[in-house]
Ligand binder design. Structure first.
Ligand SMILES: Cc1ncc(C[n+]2csc(CCOP(=O)(O)OP(=O)(O)O)c2C)c(N)n1
Ligand code: SF4
Length: 298
């Protein structure tokens, strides 16, 4: 290999701590799918930031060898969007659970979709709150028995993909952690999409929602990527497909390649890291700021 030749990025480069998820947890498949997508795209790990929320799924940022930010429950997207705007050279991926993204954090999701900042959002959807031992989540189907609904859930479930499509999202997809090859392809496309991409991944919780796990999903998921007659450029077709399949669909459901990303709508925005735009503070400037906030002499 010559000195100028770049070294090939491999899966080994993306290894980090050993996961503590329960054996068989769907999140293992999501981690591997994400690592594979980044390797396929030959993105170097130091050019990637993974931002996560709180939950079993939120631990993913510690298990992948990129920069990581393990933030607050439901606050993944504000951090991810800010990081992307501050350093547009980073590939920014937000990850979390269905409780994190569709419950406490759903307001941020609505506005992230509206803004279309170039961030990929991967939601590990297991229909329950895993970390807090199996309570109902916003995606728990009506009537399902969980630890917090012993007589069956009485709330109608949220359709994350239907909501995203209705809000005008520019990229909407769904994967399954039991189909890692396909998931890696979907995640690759989501990362390459210029704008906000939502990838909802069925990621079974084998401890608190075992019945609706791998076998259940394998028998039911309809693959739109394998259907040559399906057009992912047609938002209404995506909504129809969701209705037909009761949401049990897999693949890239919708993509709008024409929609411009947020930074292109900001005339004042310079597409370059802030660190290159702003000179470091001089010592007297630093002192003046500390004094202004009364942080000196304490
Ligand atoms: C502000 C706040 N509220 C509640 C909690 C407690 N809490 C931690 S994780 C979690 C839900 C986890 O479920 P989900 O986001 O679906 O992730 P999973 O564990 O299933 O991957 C909750 C309610 C918290 N940490 N912070
Ligand atoms: S409790 Fe469920 S979601 Fe959490 S690690 Fe175990 S299997 Fe995974």
């Amino acid at each position: 290999m010559s000195v100028t030749e770049a070294r090939k990025v491999t899966l080994n480069d993306y290894r980090a701590e050993t996961p503590t998820w329960c054996p068989g947890c769907g999140d293992f498949g999501v981690l591997r799918g994400l690592q594979r997508a980044l390797v396929d795209l030959q993105i170097e790990p130091h050019r990637v930031l993974v931002v996560s929320g709180i939950g079993c799924s939120g631990k993913l940022s510690s298990y992948i060898g990129t920069y990581g930010f393990h933030g607050l429950h439901g606050r993944t997207l504000p951090v991810a969007q800010a990081a992307k705007l501050a350093n547009p050279e980073l590939t920014v991926i937000a990850v979390g659970g269905d409780g994190d993204g569709y419950g406490i954090g759903v307001g941020h999701l609505v506005h992230a979709i509206r803004r279309n900042v170039d961030v990929t959002y991967v939601v590990m959807n297991n229909d329950v709150y895993g970390l807090t031992v199996g309570q109902t989540a916003p995606t728990t189907p009506l009537g399902r028995v969980t630890r917090s609904s012993p007589f069956g859930s009485s709330d109608y479930p949220l359709s994350p993909l239907g909501m995203a499509l209705g809000l005008g999202a520019s990229f909407v997809a769904q994967g399954f952690s039991g189909h890692i090859d396909h998931l890696a392809v979907i995640l690759r496309a989501a990362i390459q999409h210029r704008g906000f991409s939502l990838v909802n991944v069925f990621s079974p919780c084998v401890t608190f929602n075992e019945e609706y796990g791998y076998d259940y999903l394998r028998q039911r998921l309809v693959d739109v990527d394998a259907d040559a007659s399906y057009s992912r450029l047609d938002r209404m077709a995506a909504l129809r497909k969701l209705a037909e399949t009761g949401g049990l669909v897999e693949g890239i459901l919708f993509e709008d390649p024409e929609r411009v990303a947020y930074d292109e709508l900001l005339p004042q925005y310079k597409r370059e890291p802030l660190t290159r735009q702003v000179a470091p503070l001089k010592e007297e400037e630093r002192q003046a700021i500390l004094e202004a906030f009364s942080l000196t002499g304490r």
